[in-house]
Design a protein around this ligand. Structure first.
Ligand code: F6R
Length: 259
């Protein structure tokens, strides 16, 4: 099952995950990171600024999870812009080595397959950072997504559009379609690190970790993966039945094991 780590706050989560990423890059200079956007992973990227300072990151590669379809890549809320602003620039990564699915309408028919090939050519993702939507999505794999799915176009649920409207000036501006790594793509990454904060995420987290494995809650696909770390604050952990066991397990874990 997933290892669940319940932390005090976002900052502690960011430090824990950043340490693991630094450890990965120290052991593999050309590590391939799977990059989530949205508000959840920002504390990880923040902690990495310090964690990676002074290290050679010129060979690090990265693949974003998803992108809006038809949104100008120069729009401040395109995931291309977000990844550049929050990850590539502050961490000093090589922009050529950081890929984002191509949401341009003209090439959308083969953009998913192209992206899959790029991930394969890079040797696969070593550590995939994930947030979780209130609908239970990871990436933008909304309920009903196949566990075998690869990068493709998906229609966002109305709930996800409402959740993401805070990044735009109005709900109307939120795109209806996205291109997202599939659940099958995500499951091929070697280590999944799913983060969640706040009470609003508690039902999705409980379903993903302890509920039945079902495409109706796409994040439950993580139960099929051999190496998953779920890092949550108390509020996001509040519906976990085995919360005390997770606390006990982590408190007694040998430090050398990492996450
Ligand atoms: C973002 C992504 C989504 C978000 C999820 C949570 O690249 O793939 O799955 O992680 O929608 O969003 P936030 O973190 O904004 O609550």
């Amino acid at each position: 099952m997933a290892e669940v780590v319940i932390v005090e706050n976002k900052t502690a989560a960011g430090a824990l995950v950043a340490d693991e990423i630094v450890r990965l890059i120290d052991s593999k200079a050309d590590a391939v990171l799977g990059l989530a956007t949205g508000s959840t992973p920002t504390s990880v990227y923040q902690a990495l600024r310090e964690g990676l300072a002074g290290r050679d990151v010129s060979k690090v590669r990265g693949f974003a999870l998803d992108e809006y379809v038809g949104l100008d890549p120069a729009h401040p809320e395109s995931y291309r812009s977000v990844i550049t602003r929050e990850v590539v620039d502050p961490l000093g990564l090589d922009p050529q080595r950081i890929r984002v699915p191509n949401g341009a309408a003209e090439t959308i028919e083969h953009a998913g397959d192209d992206y899959e090939q790029e991930i394969i050519d890079a040797g696969g993702v070593d550590l995939q950072i994930l947030g979780i939507g209130t609908t239970g999505h990871i990436g933008f794999n909304e309920p009903g997504s196949s566990f075998a799915s690869t990068t493709r176009v998906k229609t966002l649920t109305e709930q996800t559009r409402v959740d993401n409207a805070r990044f735009f000036t109005s709900l109307d501006e939120v795109p209806r379609h996205c291109i997202t790594q599939g659940l099958g793509t995500i499951l091929r990454a070697r280590h999944l690190v799913l983060l969640a904060f706040g009470e609003g995420k508690a039902p999705a987290v409980a379903g993903a970790v302890e509920g039945p494995v079902t495409s109706m809650l796409p994040a439950s696909a993580i139960q099929l993966h051999p190496h998953v770390t779920v890092v949550v604050d108390e509020a996001a952990a509040s519906q976990l039945k085995l919360a005390d066991y997770y606390r006990y397990t982590f408190a007694n874990k040998p430090a050398w094991q990492g996450i």
